[in-house]
Design a protein around this ligand. Structure first.
Ligand SMILES: [Zn+2]
Length: 88
């Protein structure tokens, strides 16, 4: 069983969380002028790296907050767990 350290609740079982995807994907800088190809890539295309990856996780059965987890995709070792910046 994989344990994920929530920045607010501490270490909990992975079943309490929902995977939010790759945290490094960037939305097109100018959405109004982005091409169909840019939107397609933003929505559907993901790398599948071997090793450390920054991911979004949602603590669905806990504090109900998103946060960033750096996880090694080979070993599943959690390398870091940090809150997201506040959006104002
Ligand atoms: Zn939490």
């Amino acid at each position: 069983m994989m344990l994920i350290p929530c920045p607010w609740c501490g270490e909990r079982a992975q079943v309490e969380f929902a995977y939010g995807g790759d945290a490094t994907v960037k939305r097109p800088a100018d959405p109004a002028s982005a091409s169909d190809r840019e939107w397609h890539d933003y929505v559907f295309v993901r790398d599948n790296p071997k090793g450390p990856l920054d991911e979004l996780w949602y603590h669905a059965a806990g504090c109900r907050r998103y946060f960033r987890v750096r996880r090694d995709t080979v070993t599943h070792a959690i390398l870091a767990s940090t809150p997201l910046p506040e959006i104002t």
